[in-house]
Every structure is written in C-alpha cells, then in structure tokens.
Design a protein around this ligand. Sequence first.
Ligand code: FNR
Length: 379
Amino acid sequence: QNAIYNAGLSGILPEYPVDFRTLEQRAERALSPSLLNYIQGGCGDEHTQQSNAGAFHHWGMVPRMMVNSKSRDLSVELFGITFNSPIFMAPIGTNGETSQDKLGDIAAAKASALTGVPFCASTLSNSPMEEVAEAAGDCPGFFQLYTPKHDGLAESLISRAENVGYKALVITLDTWVTGWRPRDLNTSNFPQLRGKVLQNYFSDPVFRSLLDRPPEEDPAAAIGMWAATFGKVLTWDDIRWFRERTKLPLVLKGICHHDDARKAADLGVDAIYCSNHGGRQANGGIAAIDMLPDVVKGAGSTPVLFDSGVRSGSDVVKALALGATAVGIGRPYTYGLAIGGAAGAAHVLNSILAEADLLMAVNGYPTIEAVKAAGAQRI
Ligand code: FNR
C-alpha cells in the first residue's frame, strides 16, 4: 500500500492527486457543468452534505506507542468472506456517465479488480449487471437494489444479482423518491430522465416484457415505464418478502437511528448500512459519522457498513474506530473515474488505503481490532 508514498519520496510523483481537495478540483475541470452539479450537489442548501465531511474533524484518535505496528493487517470479515481492506465502493448511479474512458460502471468494476476493493453496483447502471460483475474479475462485489413497485421486476433484478455471484443485496431505503436537489432543478439535470443510467433496467427481461416496444426502439416509453415502476415504499414487513426470495445476505442502506438499527438486527438482517446518502436525500440532518456510534450500539453484533463524507484514509480509520465493519467510498472514487477512468478510481482507492495504512502504522494500530480498541473521541 505504501508504494505510492515510497515512490513519491524517491521523486516519482503520482499521476493523479492524493488528496480530496485537489482531486475535486481536477474533477471540476473534467466533468460537464451539469454532470458535476449532479454528482457534487446535494439536498437543500447542502448543509448536511457539508457537515458529513466536516464532522470527521471533531473526532480524534490517540496514538499508542511501544506497539509493533511494523506490518499492518487491514483485512475484515464480512458475509463470511475475508476482504483485504476495510473499504468498498458505494453504489453510484451516475458512473455510467462519469467515467473518462466511457466505460461507466465497467470502469468502476475494473478499479475493483485492480485494487481488490469490492464494488457495490447500483441498480441504475449504464451496463447490464452481468457485464459489470464480470469486469470485477475475482473481487467479490455487492448489488444495490432500488426496489421497483413491480414485484416481478424486483424478483428478476434480485435473481440476476444472485446468479452473477454478487455476495450481498444492499437494499437502499432512503430513495423511493428523490430529495429536493436545487442544483438539479436549476440545471434540468436528472440523468435518469434522459435514460442515461438505465441500461441495467433496460436489459432486464421482466422490464422488457412490460413494454410494447423494446427500449432501443422507443426509449421515451421505456423511461416512462422506469419512472412508473421506480420507488417502492418499503416497511419492516417487507423484510420477509426479501428473505423468501433470496439467499443473499440482506443489507439495509440508510439506517441512521438507533431503534431502526435494533429493529433491523432483531429481524435478522445480515448488515446495517449507516448512511445519509451523502446528504443528497434530506437536508437538515445530523452528519452521518455523528450518528454512527448510536447505530452501532443498536445493531449489537450485526455488522455495520458506513458511508457519507469519507474523504481520506484518516476518515476511514475514524469510522472503523467508531464501530463500522467496512467503510464506503462515494464521491472520491467517482471523481477518480472522471479524471482517469478505471486507473483514476483505482488510484483514489489506493491512496485512501495507503493513508489509512500509514496512519495505523504511526498510531500503533497493527490491526482493525486495535483500531476499534483505541476508539475515537469527540473533540
Ligand atoms: C449516490 N448514491 C447512491 N446510493 C445508492 O444506494 N444507489 C445509487 O444509485 C446512488 N447513486 C448516487 C449517485 C451519486 C452521484 C452520488 C454522489 C451518490 C449514494 C452513495 O451510495 C453514498 O451513500 C454517498 O455517495 C456517500 O456520500 P459521499 O461520501 O459520496 O459524500
């Protein structure tokens, strides 16, 4: 992991930025204004989104000395699999439009193959999930479901995810309707409504059976059908429905309240995913990292995934210290795709991992268990 740093010390500087601020500046130049607004923007005046990243600064870790942290083990266990690193790529529905190499989600999956960082593929992908899964090679991945209102279509997406070998079904709870996003309204930029990110949907046999004519012949009608079937409102009673339809581990994305975490754990879900969707869905909320400790308490022994506002290796280590089992990277890898395709995203992930690894070395945390034992304090 320290290859990037060691090469830098000997004068071989990396091609892409190693910090979020410079990365975002590069992405701002690489993306069209409307796409940049869609990715960079959030809900309302974006206060919650900004708090997500800012709140990491009021958590701090205390180093331990006289510990042999010469070699570090960053691996974690999740769903019975050992992953080499504690980070994963969060589902992002615009990869299809973003990637500089025009490979979209395929590029994200390739970054996963290059780094061993699992990719959670979004329902809203510009490539059929079968192709995305294949591009990830040996690195296991997850599938994120926006549950359609049409049960047969939901079943089809779930069984496809199972058939291609995804290791978990991540059910997003907070986006059955899109939040109030002024930047999108001001720039008429909803990629879904232009069919830009719907190829995974359009390739689905059940979805196609709902149409009079295939999406290739009548894209407007296909987009209309997508809009009509998108966004089932889920309640706790639906957990059984999912259980009866898949053997995949179930992950609930968007849980932020202690009682919701406890309820999910009581119902036997396999992991809880604490996230406020990067501040894109609701404004006026609490920074996600500040909600994590309470969610972890509510979850008991159920693993907790986390995202929203993670921008660096030290953010990753803090989230682990506060009880996350694995930490999702969102906007940073997408900016990596924007500036350098699969290689750019892989570089961003490797930089974040290298920083986390070096921090663990310096702080005397040779393992993730040591990180958790050290914890983080509110400053
Ligand atoms: C998202 N996110 C998201 N989540 C999801 O469950 N399905 C999706 O298709 C998308 N699409 C999406 C598009 C874009 C452009 C962004 C920025 C985010 C939310 C994502 O999984 C994650 O929760 C956030 O990105 C975390 O916030 P940060 O760290 O990126 O600010």
